[in-house]
Design a protein around this ligand. Sequence first.
Ligand SMILES: C[S@@+](CC[C@H](N)C(=O)[O-])C[C@H]1O[C@@H](n2cnc3c(N)ncnc32)[C@H](O)[C@@H]1O
Length: 402
Amino acid sequence: MEDTTHKFIAELHRSFDAGTFVKLTLGNYKGTDEHLQKILIRPVETKKGSRLLFQYRGRTRDTTKNFDPAEAVQNIESHLKTGFRSGHLFTTENDFQITVGKRSAKISTGKPTFKTAEKQSHDREKHYRIDPNVFYLKALGITTDKGEIRSDQRDKWKQINKFVEILEGLYESSDLKNSAALQIVDMGSGKGYLTFAAYDHFSRKLTGPQASSLQVTGVETRPHLVSLCSEIAAAGDYDGLKFVQGNIADFDPGDVDILIALHACDTATDDALYKGIAANASIIVAAPCCHHEIKAQMRSPDLLAGILKHPVLHERTAETITDGLRSLILEREGFKTKMFEFVSTEHTPKNNMLVAVRTRTGDPSKTIEIDAIMKTFGIRHQSLSARLEDSARVQKSSSELA
Ligand SMILES: C[S@@+](CC[C@H](N)C(=O)[O-])C[C@H]1O[C@@H](n2cnc3c(N)ncnc32)[C@H](O)[C@@H]1O
């Protein structure tokens, strides 16, 4: 039996050395762990290099762990001696199956099921930034009491993680890390996923006076969501996190370092961007959605009539023009902007993220470009532009009065 196991392990070693290893499964478990059923082993690329990911399939839950190849081989050998009666090694040259009986074992060899040995990235089980056990994720129903991500919440989970990753990168490359306080406002906070995530992230990260001065505020029109989020914030002892019922357009955010507005509907995004500009925010992170304002006004220039006659292209162009104009306006107002897809479209179709970082050198010449684009597409009113113009008018008349 020992010999047969050694032969099987030798084939495993050979497949690693030759780069032909595809995957290995251990099954027919008769050992003492009453929950364990199967182990699936596949190669993954991690920051530590090539590793083997072990996915332990149990009766009620799965767990995963990765090992370097030497540890992995030792573990596989030990598993075959302690309860797994079957092992299936897939290589690009052959499939090998070991069947372990009470007194003997045998190996059968077959044609390869897989022709290529692709290295897989560690995407399925990658180390997420957020601990799935944190209180707010459980309270919001993203994770279970055991800290497992609910199957219908995986997209949200990915979105929250990506959002925190982006926020962290922006914070680290900004001057905010040298400032004494950090104030974040989330406009249109909804069920508060991102507000909680931002608060939780920075409350763990910051130390000293910056930690004690951390203030995160979610602004939301719907009272029941404000109550729900406030209750969770209180239950989690999240001092420094509050939810306010109100309209973005009327909300006075005071001092803001980071302004967030993800999926605030239609021109609520413009209201939020305006508040960020007016409050001198260092960073604005927005994911616009529902681009009704421009879509309703947009006329096709003659040259594009044959293209924009298709409603779907008209709609997409309206979205592009809306967000492109917002980005140009932010640049004119002294921000450096970036627009990118923040999660894959399979998770949410509204996935463009507009990030604006204050540089303090505005570019008034952008006005010519903005006006020309608006004229070309027959756009008479753009909410962010209009709010800034109103504000400039008020400032001008009050300075004239003074
Ligand atoms: C699609 S949800 C997004 C929630 C959250 N930002 C997220 O990404 O998970 C948009 C939220 O913004 C709120 N909202 C829309 N317009 C608003 C406004 N003018 N003022 C405050 N909240 C607004 C809506 O009630 C809704 O809860």
